[in-house]
Design a protein around this ligand. Structure first.
Ligand SMILES: Nc1ncnc2c1ncn2[C@@H]1O[C@H](COP(=O)(O)OP(=O)(O)OP(=O)(O)O)[C@@H](O)[C@H]1O
Ligand SMILES: [Mg+2]
Length: 211
């Protein structure tokens, strides 16, 4: 192995295009190279349509690229799903389930005892300061609170890597700032690798700035 053996995620010479019309390909990602170490916090910043979500979907193994490679601890993304979680901009919560039951949904494919399920959910409720809202429904909570529920849901599977696809878009400036700080606190507490896609230059925090 090369120097990449210490990297959690290695992206090399990555190209991705979409077929946008007969005989027409639109190049979205071109010669992307990136090494992300275990425990890094990386912000991917760019204007609308530059390919941030595409990059995260490729990392999650939801799409295929045309050239280059993505390796997550030496494996292709599609082989690596269990320890990689993604939070989407629209949160994707179930309105008919409580906060607790929304978080529990993330565990339905993991064989755990009821006690362990409840312990993990409780841990996330505490980490995200959601305990007072554990029985509330998403439609009764603010957008920022729902985002916290979505983050709790993504963390309850105990991922090594958390992908966040522009999760703060649409929130007011104060809430964005507060949640960005919360995210950094969680990253430091859980010691996971975080990749945050955003259009907001103010969210350009990265662990290599953190010292
Ligand atoms: N399935 C698809 N078919 C064709 N074109 C697509 C598809 N998905 C994305 N694109 C195009 O690829 C480009 C990158 O899209 P992407 O959603 O990755 O951008 P983004 O940086 O996440 O934008 P935003 O900041 O608005 O979320 C856009 O021009 C988009 O229209
Ligand atoms: Mg996007």
């Amino acid at each position: 192995m090369t120097e990449h053996s210490q990297c959690r995620i290695t992206i090399q010479n990555l190209y991705k295009s979409y077929s946008t019309a007969p005989d027409q390909q639109t190049q979205v990602l071109e010669d992307i190279n990136l090494d992300i170490h275990a425990g890094d916090f990386v912000s991917v910043i760019g204007h609308a349509g530059c390919g941030k979500s595409t990059l995260l979907r490729l990392l999650k193994g939801l799409e295929q690229h045309q050239q280059g490679q993505i390796l997550i601890q030496g494996k292709q993304p599609a082989e690596h799903l269990p320890n990689l979680s993604i939070v989407y901009q629209d949160h994707r919560l179930f309105n008919w389930l409580s906060v607790t039951e929304n978080i529990r949904m993330a565990l339905h494919q993991i064989p755990l005892s009821k006690e362990e399920e409840n312990r993990r959910i409780q841990e996330q409720l505490e980490l995200l300061q959601l305990t007072p809202f554990k029985d509330a429904y998403p439609s009764h909570l603010s957008a920022g609170m729902n985002l916290k529920v979505a983050i709790a849901k993504s963390l309850v599977t105990q991922p090594d890597i958390l992908l966040l696809d522009d999760p703060f878009a649409g929130l007011d400036a104060l809430m964005r700032h507060h949640l960005h700080e919360e995210l950094q606190r969680i990253w430091k507490t859980k010691k996971i690798t975080v990749i945050l896609a955003t259009q907001d230059i103010a969210e350009q925090f990265s662990s290599r700035d953190a010292g």
